[in-house]
Design a protein around this ligand. Structure first.
Ligand code: HPA
Length: 273
């Protein structure tokens, strides 16, 4: 048994001791300022990350650091209210450990939200963008190191990391609720500083949105065979010719504006899975 498998077993044992072997099918990871979905969950139990072996402390502002198990949209779910980022100093393996644990508990689907910068001029602050595909510009990968074939293949293909079926469900939910939603390519960077004008100019050629998270969890989700949906909330507009200062309060304000729309879509998608 590899070290990683042993760590996963320890975390599962601890969660099982609190949850009495609750078996979720849908994993949820909530991004910066986007914790409201967790409040809609009919709670079975809530566990602080600090009480789960292998989980790190959530240090980023507005990330609460709790695992919420319960029911949402008629499904058993497990939600991370607060995620880990590479810029907090954690390794890619530490950031993605909760995805391994979700899979071990029974999750087949993974829904992820995040706050991002909108580089495509169509994407205004407070709007939503379904992630169609990504570019990993983080210079790191959570699958580096020995591979445990029981957890996934050495060379997972990335032909469709984001499930077409789930994207369709999200688009349908948006349409039903008259919510405008776009689709785009997410460029993942390390952070924690925002991009320079020159970097935005370069990344605009690569994709539509830019952010500091999500891709590590998606890579591990693909490795683990999960069906994945990612929805980004555009929290700042990244026009290199008219760049305005970005700060966390502006990001949180735009996230708050978009949050009810995101929550509605995620909830409906879960009910249709
Ligand atoms: N760049 C990177 N990450 C981000 C941004 C951005 O402009 N906005 C929110 N997260």
């Amino acid at each position: 048994m590899t070290n990683l498998t042993k760590q996963i077993e320890k975390a599962v044992k601890k969660i099982d001791s609190v949850s009495k072997k609750f078996r979720p099918t849908v994993g949820i990871i909530l991004g910066t300022g986007l914790g409201a979905l967790a409040k809609e969950i009919k709670e079975h139990c809530v566990i602080d990350y600090g009480n789960i072996p292998g989980f790190q402390k959530s240090t980023a502002e507005s990330h609460s650091g709790k695992l919420v198990l319960g029911e949402l949209g008629g499904k058993k779910v497990i939600a991370m209210s607060g995620r880990f980022h590479r810029y907090e100093g954690y390794t890619m393996q530490q950031i993605t450990f909760p995805v391994r644990v979700m899979k071990a508990l029974g999750a087949t689907h993974l829904l992820i939200s995040n706050a991002c910068g909108g580089m495509n001029p169509k994407l205004k602050g407070g709007s939503l963008c379904i992630i169609e595909d990504h570019i990993n510009f983080m210079g790191d990968n959570p699958l580096i190191g020995p591979n445990d074939e029981k957890l996934g293949p050495r060379w997972p293909d990335m032909l469709a990391p984001y499930s077409h079926e789930l994207i369709k469900l999200a688009e349908d939910a948006a349409k039903r609720n008259n919510i405008e939603i776009n689709k785009g390519i997410y460029v993942a960077v390390l952070g924690p500083c925002f991009e320079t004008r020159a970097e935005y100019r370069m990344f605009m050629k690569f994709g539509d949105i830019v952010g500091m998270s999500t891709v590590p969890e998606v890579i591990v989700g693909v490795h683990a065979g999960l069906k994945i949906l990612g929805i980004s909330v555009v929290t700042d507009e990244c026009n290199p010719d008219q760049l305005e200062p970005t700060d966390i309060s502006k990001i949180l304000a735009n996230a708050a504006e978009a949050e009810p729309k995101l929550t509605k879509i995620m909830k409906e998608v879960i009910s249709k899975i």
